[in-house]
Design a protein around this ligand. Sequence first.
Ligand SMILES: [Zn+2]
Length: 296
Amino acid sequence: MKLGKFHIDAFTDGTFTLDGGQVFGVVPKPLWEKKLSSDARNRVRMSLTCLLVQTERVNVLIETGIGDMFDPKRADIYGVDHSATSLPAELQKRNLSPEDIHLVINTHLHFDHCGWNARREGSKLVPMFPRARYFVQRGEWEHAVSPTERDRASYIEEFFAPAEKQTEFLEGDAELVPGIRVEVVPGHTRHMQAVRISSEGEQAYFISDLAPTRLHLPYAWMMGFDLYPLETLENKKRLLPQLAAEGALVVFPHDLSTPWARLEEREGAVSAITASPTPGYFPTQDVDSNAVSVSE
Ligand SMILES: [Zn+2]
């Protein structure tokens, strides 16, 4: 779709699953399972949403999905499914090759956000996007290469380290190209960055895991993974009403039904205005039994 002078387009790098308790944190299962069904292993299926922003001069890719470098055991644990689509297939559909991507922005380096930063070439790992500059917060990188016992499973160095030479390490908020700005929003990790896209007065906001799906708009609904949940809460209470007031198109990283929605604030609560699935966003959406029920 058009956003001012830019063109923005969301797609997903297939799907994966996470334990429902990890996805909804302190929210009890009887509440979240009314909105999102889980499988026999208590897992919920999620998208791996990437946002392509095309300005007049550059192609910018926000997030690179989960990639194809998982060993079979982990691919099973996380239910990785590329049978319907993948990031390379989605680029191809748009007549883009990896060489055409000029900037890659990773909001953070959890494995489901940077999977295609690199790829295998024979026995070597090489950057997936040979001509791109990659942007990540320096603090996030430093944490990713030496995580704690609590979040060690979330980082896989092979996914992001091969692109180190092309990576620019940011220290705080920054405008990367005119109209594309990263903003640090701590909570999920200390240095996670969201991305604000502005053109001709129109706004889009890649909110990253501050609200992984539109079901995470209620303030208390946040992931169990969050390292600093009270900061997630504080940032949601500050940002969501602001994004609602701006009429910004908010892009969620893991919502299987719709990549984006505008928000409204009513009586102190923020919800999505557009709750219906976005047609064509995910190819096998209607046959997927885990699709979000549109019941709000
Ligand atoms: Zn994450």
